[in-house]
Structures are given as C-alpha cells and as structure tokens.
Design a protein around this ligand. Structure first.
Ligand SMILES: [Zn+2]
Length: 403
C-alpha cells in the first residue's frame, strides 16, 4: 500500500471511531442521566391491560409496558391511569373502577420486590431511592366520582390524580372531542374540583374542552397538569391538543404539560393519512368477503396478508421520534423547561407512537435525541421528573383536609 493511501485509510478509521465514540457517549450520557433521575411518565394505561388479565411481570412482545420494560427504560415513577369509558357513564362506572383498582393493587403487591404504590411525593422519593418503581394511580374520566363523597372514597383507595372526562362530554365536564353541554365544566364538576383541592389531589385537564380548562384554572387553588397532551400549534387539526394561550395559563400557575406519544396527536396530518389507509383496506376486505362468502382457510390467509400490508402502510406514514422533541422544544421555548414533561399514553395508543419510540424501553433514545438537539443535562432532569415532583409538592400544599 502506498503511503498516501495508508494515511487516507488511517484518517478514515480515526474519523469513523471518533464519530462512533461520540454516538456512544451520547447514549451513555442519556442512560446515566436516567439512572440518576426520578423518571415520571404521567399517563400509562396499564391498569386496563392488567384488568384484561395480562401478566405485566413478564416481558411481552406486545403492548408498550410491563415491569421488565419499565426497568429497562428507567421509568421508575409511572402514573397508572384507571381509564373509564364514557359509554359506561350510566352503567355503574364506580363498580368497574373498584374492580380495576383492586386488581391493579393486587398485581403491585404481588410484585412488591420491584414496585410499590405511591400516595405522596415523599412516597415517590422513598420508593425510588430503594431502587423500586413508585406507582401513582389516577383516573382518566372521573365518572365514578358522582359527588365529593366519592372523591374521598377513591382518594382512600389510592387515586391521586384525575381528569373529569375522556372523549365524550359527561355530567362533570365538556370534552374537547364532543359537543358542548356545559360551556366548560358542570356545577358538579366544580364541586369535584374543589374537593380534589382540599385533599391535595392532582387535577388533570387532558381531553377537556378549552373552556373546561379555563374554568378549572379559575376555580382550582392548586396548579394543574395536562398529563398527556401535545401542542395544537404544531398539529392544528387536533382539538384535544392545547393552544398556546392555555399552555401559557397552565404554566403561569405553576402547572405542567406532559407530551403524548400518539403520532396522530403529534402530527396533524396523521389522522387523515390513517383514515385513507383504513378506507382503502376496508374496501379490500369487502372484496375478499365477496370472493369467499363462506370464509374458510383461504380467506383467513388472505386477510392476514391484507392486515400485514395495512400495518406496513401505517408504519410508512408515521413520523420519527424527533417529532416528540419538537413538541417538548416548543413548550420549553414558549413557557420554559419547568413546565414540560413526559406523558407517553402507552398502552392506550396501540402501535401509533413514532418510529424509534415503540415502547417504554425507548426513553433513553428520546433523551439521546434531546442531547443531540442541545438540551442540557439540567433541562433533561427537569423534564424527566424534577418538574413533576415540584408541581406535585405544590398541589399537596393546597391540602386542607386529612382523611
Ligand atoms: Zn387519554
């Protein structure tokens, strides 16, 4: 080999190894930050998964969360949301809630070597310091809380955060994705909010109409959280995202906006793209049903291929993890890093999260991308958990009643 070529080769390998070590050090740095932090994810739909009978103590290849994957991703302070369907409003939602909570508490107890229920900020600190997962319980839709007395009941059972409704307007509040009935929250919704303040329960406004969020900002003595919401300016068509004005108002009161991982909330064009793909494949399935009226093996085989192709097409139109950083950055630049956090919505958004953020083990990849985009270690620590701890402590301070 001649000398020039030799030098060229050596320089090539030096450049290659330098870029490789830079890559490695960013990932290592991300993992190190996570290992030294309380990492809070304020919305995980795991109780529904547990209620369905899934064993979350073992690693699965489906869904987004289980204990092994929470440990791998370094998320040691998740909020498990007990989701109540709005269709259940007239069908004893409190009975369903009691069943889901009972089962969730049972599973946490059975896994007491790795996880514990957290009833306060002090609990979160104590449990995570032992190297365990501190689980806070919340309600997504408060329809089980018929009046303030029910707030007390569910507080005693461990619920520490709640949103008044979900996709539909209920007797407590208007929803962002349904018709307006109250012009904000209802008189009973107001009583529930006041009782939550008295007990030091966190008020969550994700899914609520803009006017409902305004009402709560006016009524609540404590700061509030949007536990799994994105920025409307970045995804205009999504009504359930927050407009800049509300982000500012929530932040000024010391509140938090925790970014959701659903691609269709992060990217306003996704809803249309998904719908088009869905329609296309609906037609294909109809054709198949005409071809095989009695169904059978051939039909089963063909339907599997169609479903796989549909999944591939969904994957192709999805954004990558940079879009989450875009929303985090937007909130930081608008109101400061102190008011943004993590609210994945995992187990509630199917496989719709961006490419590179398929499950809870990918949190280090998100942090790595934040580092790449210039976020400081201090900013990332705030984002991961310090913000939530500060916020929750402030909510606890509004407590005037001890049960
Ligand atoms: Zn939700």
């Amino acid at each position: 080999m001649n000398k020039r070529l030799n030098i060229l080769f050596i320089s090539f390998f030096i450049i290659l190894s330098l870029s490789y070590s830079k890559e490695l050090s960013l990932k290592e740095k991300a993992i190190k930050i996570i290992r030294n932090s309380i990492v809070v994810d304020t919305h995980e739909d795991t109780p529904t998964t547990i209620y369905k009978g899934v064993d979350i103590s073992v690693r699965r290849d489906r869904g987004n969360i289980d204990f092994p994957r929470l440990i791998e991703g370094g998320v040691n302070s998740p909020v498990f949301a007990v989701w109540i369907s709005n269709n259940m409003d007239e069908d004893n939602p409190e009975v369903y809630a009691l069943k889901v909570i009972t089962k969730t508490l049972k599973v946490i107890k059975e896994n007491s070597k790795i996880a514990e229920i957290a009833y306060s900020v002090d609990d979160i600190r104590r449990i995570t310091q032992k190297g365990k997962i501190a689980i806070t319980l919340s309600f997504e839709n408060s329809s089980p809380m018929h009046n303030p007395e029910y707030v007390d009941v569910f507080y005693k059972l461990g619920i520490r955060m709640a949103s008044l409704t979900h996709m539909s307007t209920n007797y407590l509040s208007d929803s962002a994705t349904d018709k307006e009935k109250w012009g904000g929250i209802s008189p009973m919704g107001e009583r529930i909010i006041k009782r939550m303040n008295e007990l030091g329960m966190i008020i969550d406004v994700s899914h609520l109409s803009d006017k409902a969020v305004e009402d709560i900002l006016r009524i609540s003595k404590a700061p509030i959280i949007a536990s799994h919401s994105c920025v409307r300016t970045l995804a205009q068509d999504v009504k359930r995202n927050l407009p800049d004005e509300l982000i500012k108002k929530i932040a000024i009161r010391g509140g938090l906006i925790d970014v959701n991982f659903a691609s269709f909330y992060l990217d306003g064009t996704m809803g249309k793209k998904y719908k088009e793909i869905k329609e296309k494949y609906k037609e294909k399935i109809k054709e198949l049903e005409r071809k095989y009226p009695t169904k059978g093996k051939e039909y089963e085989k063909a339907i599997r291929t169609i479903k796989n192709n549909q999944k591939t097409e969904y994957e192709k139109v999805k954004p990558d993890l940079k879009i989450v950083v875009k929303h985090i950055k937007y909130i930081r630049d608008l109101v400061g890093i102190e008011h943004v956090g993590l609210g994945t919505d995992f187990e509630g958004i199917g496989n719709s999260s961006p490419i590179g953020l398929e499950d809870i083990t990918k949190i280090p990849d998100l942090v790595e991308e934040m580092l790449k985009q210039g976020f400081t270690e201090e900013e990332i620590k705030k984002f991961l958990g310090m913000n939530f701890i500060r916020f929750y402590k402030q909510v606890e301070k509004t407590r005037t009643v001890k049960l």
